[in-house]
Design a protein around this ligand. Structure first.
Ligand SMILES: [Zn+2]
Length: 362
């Protein structure tokens, strides 16, 4: 397949042609200079690295009704919030089916992977692993030990099957727990993440000591707090749609200006579908609604580039011959790629670069 138009990747937007064989890039060059290969499929569009959803709780997909109104704590705080009661009463097979359906939808939307915070201890991580089996998505699973005070054997068991530990928040966990979790993650070569400054501002020393690998939300963080996060070199996952449900938004413009590594996530699957394209569009629009506009380029990076860098696989966010990237081809006007991708991309504009799929009998 030959795509004439533009590339939008870790190096930013540029006019280019891209030749793909299957889902791999074999040639990139200046527009209009591609050699003619006869019957090759040709189209105009934008080639991007496949996005990664930077923060999900896919287990919540088991929720099928509109969640009750109320403060976020009543809905999602452990151990008695609405979602935890729901998770406790749903069967494993119901949760598994809901997570698989969510993963299938993400795959159709071209998403390559997700960073999921899975509750429910060891069993929760194992359930997620089962759901991911057979999915084309790469799942980076943060588990969460449930017993307090921490029990070393439970923490070790969760870490054996998870890619890291994702805690509720610094407010919900004492310093001793956070330190023990961070230490165990380091020792195991795994990552440590937690939610921070979501409903109310928390002092950065609480969530930066010990420094995590990923902070989620920071909706109530001040400019000084964000500078402290930058100084600590910690990446931030933001979830504009989920935060908006509770009347909040992270200061995306300040994060952009500070040069923070920001990932875009869709958060709790009980609130809305885990659609990275909807999230991008909402982030762009809502940051204008609150008078703190973030650029399309910054938001596109948060979905297409930063997560790959966070995973330690920057090559997958680079469209170049021989790169490990399995890019998406989007049938969109290539003149202003970041703007087009952020405000117009949906599942419908994805052109599947692979060989024609076999028909599946229904
Ligand atoms: Zn979360």
């Amino acid at each position: 397949m030959l795509v004439e138009g533009a590339v939008l990747d870790a190096d930013g937007p540029r006019a280019a042609y891209v030749r793909l064989r299957g889902d791999r890039v074999v040639e990139v060059g200046a527009p209009g200079t591609a050699s003619d290969r006869g019957r090759e499929r040709r189209l105009r569009g934008i080639v991007v690295p496949a996005p990664i959803n930077g923060h999900t709780h896919l287990g919540d997909a088991v929720s099928v009704r509109e969640p009750p109104a109320g403060p976020v704590a009543q809905l999602v705080a452990p151990p008695d919030g609405y979602k935890f009661r729901l998770l406790a009463t749903a069967s494993d097979s119901a949760k598994l089916a809901a997570i698989r359906a969510a993963l299938a939808r993400m795959a159709r939307e071209g998403v390559a992977g997700l960073l999921d915070f899975r509750e429910e201890g060891l069993a929760g991580v194992e359930l997620m692993r089962r759901a991911l089996r057979g999915s084309p998505l790469r799942g980076f699973v943060f588990g969460r030990p449930v017993r307090r005070p921490l029990v070393a054997s439970e923490l070790a068991a969760v870490l054996r099957v998870a890619d890291g530990i994702g805690l509720s928040s610094a407010r919900d966990e004492d310093a001793g727990t956070r330190r023990a979790v961070a230490r165990a993650c380091r020792r195991a070569g795994k990552r440590f993440g937690l939610h921070a400054s979501e409903a109310t501002r928390e002092p950065p020393e609480s969530y930066l000591d010990p420094a995590p690998d990923l902070l989620v939300h920071l909706t109530k963080a001040s400019r000084d707090d964000l500078e402290a996060v930058r100084a600590a070199g910690v990446a931030v996952a933001v979830c504009p749609r989920s935060n908006a449900l509770f009347g909040r938004q992270a200061d995306l413009r300040a994060m952009e200006r500070l040069g923070l590594p920001v990932l875009l996530g869709t958060d709790n699957a009980m609130f809305h579908a885990p659609s990275i394209w909807s999230e991008l569009q909402f982030a762009y629009t809502s940051s204008r609604l609150v008078g703190r506009p973030a650029s399309a380029a910054f938001l596109a990076r948060a979905a297409l580039v930063e997560p790959w860098q966070w995973l330690g696989e920057p090559g997958s966010a680079t469209i170049a011959p021989g790169s490990p990237a399995r890019p998406l081809v989007l049938r969109l006007p290539p003149d202003d790629p970041a703007y087009q991708v952020v405000t117009r991309a949906t599942e419908q504009v994805i052109v599947r670069p692979g060989p024609p799929r076999r028909r599946v009998a229904r």
